[in-house]
Write a protein that binds this ligand. Structure first.
Ligand SMILES: C[S@@+](CC[C@H](N)C(=O)[O-])C[C@H]1O[C@@H](n2cnc3c(N)ncnc32)[C@H](O)[C@@H]1O
Length: 249
């Protein structure tokens, strides 16, 4: 059970739905017959119980409870099966990279881009990497602001990466790469920037300390590194508590 609790929330949610559904199949196998809405209620009760047992948060349990009702409502709707497949594929292509590492897709504000530009040291040939570059806004902006420096964006979601690549195409000093930030060597970077979520921060900090050279700079948008006080904090426009946290290594 402890092993299951360590799975990413999405996998735990799918597992809870599958186990609850297996429970319903077992009941049906025993010859029990109920009206459709009773099966939906049973699935809901079971899935909420299982979700909480798998330590999913109340927010997840709520979404889990809503899913059987949604499926029931859509069951008879005249929507072709390929629409669901297309929606699923679109979700994977746009958000897939962050599902396992539990990093959603959202964007730094233009104010954050400006302030990032002010944090780039005046070093010709400076190398900057955006770890999880999303649609490439920061990389494109910085590449235009600093033609003397080189900018790389790494993005794990294929469609998101394609948009970033197209956006940075006019900038000769910017490069967008499809891949995982965990496979990106930070040894040659003067500045590494990440806007992720609280979940990967301890592992990312360990990677930064392992790979980045003395004199380089790590900037996290909004998310702390537990137990590591940043050298500077600069508030930026955007969501509440949006800020840049800067560590000089
Ligand atoms: C919050 S967005 C940040 C976008 C951009 N850096 C910005 O500041 O506006 C985080 C991005 O990281 C990507 N991501 C999550 N895990 C990743 C990983 N392991 N490797 C590469 N990209 C990842 C997500 O797909 C998402 O596009």
């Amino acid at each position: 059970m402890n092993l299951l609790r360590r799975l990413p929330p999405l996998l735990r949610a799918l597992l809870a739905q599958a186990l609850a559904f297996a429970g319903l199949l077992a009941l049906a196998g025993l010859g029990l017959r109920f009206p459709g809405y009773v099966w939906v209620l049973l699935q809901t009760v079971l899935v909420v119980f299982l979700s909480r047992s798998l330590t999913l948060s109340p927010r997840w349990a709520f979404m889990q409870a809503a899913l059987p009702f949604l499926v029931r409502a859509l069951w008879a709707a005249p929507i072709p099966a390929w629409v669901y497949l297309a929606l699923f594929l679109a979700m994977v292509l746009i958000f897939g990279g962050g599902l396992i590492s539990r990093v959603p897709l959202y964007h730094a504000s233009e104010d954050a881009w400006e302030k990032l530009a002010g944090l780039l040291p005046e070093k010709p040939g400076l190398r900057f990497v955006d770890l999880g570059c999303g649609f490439g806004g920061p990389v494109a902006h910085l590449a235009r602001a600093r033609p003397d420096a080189f900018f790389t964006g790494v993005e794990a979601s294929p469609f998101t990466c394609l948009v970033a690549w197209l956006r940075c195409l006019p900038c000769a000093n910017a490069r967008i790469r499809l891949g995982s930030l965990w496979r990106t060597d930070l040894a040659g970077c003067d500045v590494a920037y990440a806007f992720l979520s609280p979940v990967p921060m301890p592992a990312l900090w360990a990677k930064v300390r392992r790979e980045m050279q003395p004199g380089s700079r790590f900037i996290s948008h909004s998310f702390d590194v537990p137990g590591e006080t940043p050298h500077r904090v600069i508030p930026v426009k955007g969501r509440e508590s949006a800020r840049l946290l800067i560590w000089d290594l």
